[in-house]
Design a protein. Structure first.
Length: 280
């Protein structure tokens, strides 16, 4: 129902649906589902790290409760509730989910077998050195700041990113009409490749692949062939076949159990994980 003071205009339903769907699509693409190529982060991840920056949770500082971090993120930058923020925070702290973790967690953050993390009131976190490196020189007007959702403070549109996080940690996301699935790569190899590109802007793909040999998954695997790697490095699209290993362990009492190799792999020190990860 409407009263005499209201104005009613006829609207073409097809045009209205088309316009509304376009607005929704752009919102999902830009503000939710896909990582930014400049810092490799989705808005929710960026806001969590920025809230940790506000709390001065830098490497070497004391850990703070994840409930505090999620509460500040929700109240200041991402008003969708702590329940949807905490899984994102947990993901950035899991060594089997991130090639290079951005959050240093303390407590039960789940397991590679799929065990859930403890409640946010029990776990604590702070930024890792690489998490803090994403915000290097941010105070020197290197990025633009925009008002937050209620215009009570400002937040960065993107981080300066002292390293190419999108290549190092990869990124996945499904938006409206587009999707992305970028594998992680070895940090040392990516830096070597960047240095080679700077020294020789006309470097060929073959020469670049001498430095960046392919993906580097945090759980380790065998990649079958280099054709898919070369294809996605050359065109941006491609696929790979990966292979895991499984074994049988003898337990006490003669019980036999199957165990995936990735769950029992002896992890190497970070940045030196080339020995366990791939064979061509």
């Amino acid at each position: 129902m409407y009263n005499a003071n209201e104005k009613v205009e006829p609207v073409n339903v097809a045009e209205e649906v088309s316009r509304s769907f376009l607005d929704y699509s752009m919102s999902v693409i830009i503000s939710r589902a896909l990582p930014d190529a400049r810092d490799g982060l989705k808005p929710s991840q960026r806001r969590i790290l920025y809230a940790m920056h506000d709390l001065s949770l830098f490497p070497g500082r004391q850990h703070r409760k994840c409930a505090k971090i999620c509460g500040d993120t929700s109240g200041n930058y991402h008003p969708h509730g702590e329940a949807v923020i905490y899984p994102t925070l947990v993901h950035m702290a899991q060594p089997w989910a991130m090639r290079e973790r951005l959050v240093d967690g303390q407590g039960n953050f789940g397991s590679v077998e799929g065990d859930p993390p403890a409640a946010m009131r029990y776990t604590e976190a702070r930024m890792t050195h690489l998490g803090a490196a994403l915000m290097t020189d941010m105070e020197k007007d290197t990025v633009d700041f925009v008002p937050n959702y209620d215009e009570t403070r400002t937040e960065p549109t993107v981080f300066p990113a002292a390293f190419p996080n999108l290549l190092v940690n990869g990124g996945t996301g499904i938006a409206v009409g587009m999707a992305t699935n970028i594998p992680p790569h070895n940090l040392g190899e990516v830096i070597d490749g960047i240095c080679a590109q700077i020294d020789d802007p006309d470097i060929t793909l073959d020469e670049l692949m001498k430095h960046v040999k392919g993906p580097d998954f945090p759980t380790g695997c065998a990649i079958c062939g280099v054709g898919g790697i070369r294809q996605y490095l050359e065109t941006g699209r491609g696929s790979m076949k990966v292979r895991g290993k499984a074994g049988v362990e003898e337990l006490k009492g003669g019980t036999r159990t199957n165990r995936h190799h990735r769950n029992s792999v002896q992890r190497q020190p970070r940045h030196a994980g080339r020995a366990h990860r791939r064979s061509w």
